[in-house]
Design a binder for this molecule. Structure first.
Ligand code: ATP
Ligand code: MG
Length: 444
């Protein structure tokens, strides 16, 4: 993309309504525009990051054997009356009446609807296990939408639903989700720690929240510092293997890590003092095994091998896709702007032409642009007639992890400059070597 033809409405002033870095930077970098409290348009740069996150979530879900579908945003109130949640959900639910006077709602989540799909089409244990998921907009009329996309009213979420014959199978589905989530967040360059969460009225141990440590997080968290040394890395996991998934769950959940809702001071104090940490975190996902709550209420049964009809065992598993954009920035920024991890960056590399209009510099930038594009990469070429300082400030603000700077002085010596946004370190390289290095970084 050539910046002169792009739509990147960066702001010079720091917007006064934004209280935290990610919200400020998303507004300043022209990623989003607020349309109403907690409701945003995604401008081109923000939309690209959102889509990159969505793609990683899809890939990792399907790697784990989960099947994508798409359910609508609007739902019929009758489904929610069956589960009893139409009355329970309260004011967070946006209720709508259609022209025929029928009660509708903008879905805050989809347990009821997916259970309805299941009961219409699945009747036998032979069709299990089954995991259906979608990535769709949700609406929750939050009392205090704030921090930009972190706590919106309309937000983009992956929610997956597991169906199994037995509790044992359902727990494997739970473990499988935990493993796939670890892998998903790491691919984005994020550490998200599974912490034991509160099961609410259903109770039980079988819910974990994934938290990204950040000062601006809304949850208070308590953990053993050893947990931050754990890495999932690039291990290959057999998602069908009960033992393999169980082993990962034990590895990542055996140390103390809890949110304030489940915190136990006595247990916490058993950790050696120098490893006890009290911090804040952003919830970027949650997994939940809840058994037969919805299947019993809504009559979603399967026939087991003896021919008995039993309610199907279920779980639901969410990832906050739009919240992740904010969480990624909270975890990756400095005074100058955003620093995207390579896994989610909107463009792979910036190209800064120090002397637009200089034949040699223009030609070198064009050639770089072509070479990177031909390698399957997406560069952002700042081809505007602007001062170098302004171009650097824009690149730093929007946070592309790599920048190639091209100017007449370097070209005289046959070099361009490759700079890392994260470390600020620069390297002078011949044209081909710079292209090769960027390709190597992205493995293309
Ligand atoms: P919270 O406790 O932050 O209100 P939740 O526990 O109600 O979230 P879940 O029902 O677990 O949310 O939804 C799954 C994921 O969706 C959450 O882990 C979070 O990342 C994201 N999410 C929930 N509410 C919002 C929101 N208002 N804005 C953006 N993302 C959200
Ligand atoms: Mg949650």
């Amino acid at each position: 993309m050539r910046l002169s033809r792009y739509f990147l409405p960066v702001l010079k002033e720091t917007p006064s309504e934004a209280q935290i870095a990610s919200h400020r930077l998303m507004l300043r970098a022209g990623m989003i525009k607020q349309q109403a409290a907690g409701i945003y348009s995604w401008l081109p740069l923000g939309y690209k990051v959102l889509k990159n996150i969505e793609r990683i979530v899809h890939e990792e879900q399907q790697r784990a054997g989960h099947i994508p579908i798409l359910m609508p945003t609007l739902q019929s109130a009758d489904l929610w009356r069956e589960s009893g949640r139409y009355d329970d959900y309260g004011q967070e639910m946006l209720r709508i009446t259609d022209r025929h006077g029928r009660d509708m709602l903008y879905g805050p989540t989809n347990e009821e609807m997916v259970t309805d799909i299941f009961r219409a089409h699945v009747g036998s244990y032979k069709d299990l296990p089954l995991t259906l998921y979608h990535i769709q907009w949700k609406f929750r009329d939050e009392i205090r939408p704030r921090f930009g996309v972190m706590r919106g009213r309309e937000f983009f979420m992956k929610d997956g639903y597991t169906f199994d014959l037995t509790r044992e199978d359902a727990l494997h589905a739970y473990n499988r989700h935990l493993v796939s989530y670890l892998r998903t967040y790491e691919r984005m360059g994020l550490q998200a720690i599974p912490m034991r969460a509160d099961g609410g009225p259903i109770g039980g141990d079988y819910t974990h929240e994934f938290l990204v440590l950040a000062e601006t997080g809304e949850s208070e968290v308590f953990y053993d510092s050893e947990i931050t040394d754990l890495k999932f890395g690039d291990r290959e996991i057999d998602y069908d293997s009960v033992e393999a998934c169980q082993a990962v769950l034990e590895e990542f959940t055996s140390r103390y890590a809890r949110t304030d809702e489940t915190h136990d001071e006595e247990l916490f104090n058993e950790i050696p003092e120098e490893r006890r940490r009290v911090a804040r975190g952003i919830e970027v996902g949650q997994i939940f095994y809840f058994g037969t709550k919805y299947s019993e209420a809504m009559g979603a049964t399967v026939q087991d091998s003896d021919g008995n009809k039993v309610p199907v065992e279920m779980g639901s598993h969410g990832i906050g896709v739009s919240r992740l954009v904010g969480a990624l920035i909270e975890a990756n920024h400095d005074d100058k702007g955003i620093i995207w991890p390579e896994g989610v960056t909107p463009f792979h590399c910036g190209i800064v032409n120090l002397k637009q209009g200089d034949d040699e510099a223009d030609a070198a930038c064009e050639a770089l642009y072509k070479a990177l594009t031909a390698a399957g990469l997406e560069p952002l070429y700042d081809d505007r007639n602007e001062r170098a300082g302004g171009k650097f400030a824009t690149m730093d603000l929007i946070g592309l992890p790599w920048r190639i700077t091209v100017g007449p002085r370097g070209l005289k010596n046959g070099v361009v400059e490759l700079t890392s946004r994260r470390t600020g370190e620069s390297e002078e390289l011949a044209f081909e070597a710079a292209v090769a290095k960027v390709r190597e970084i992205y493995g293309v």
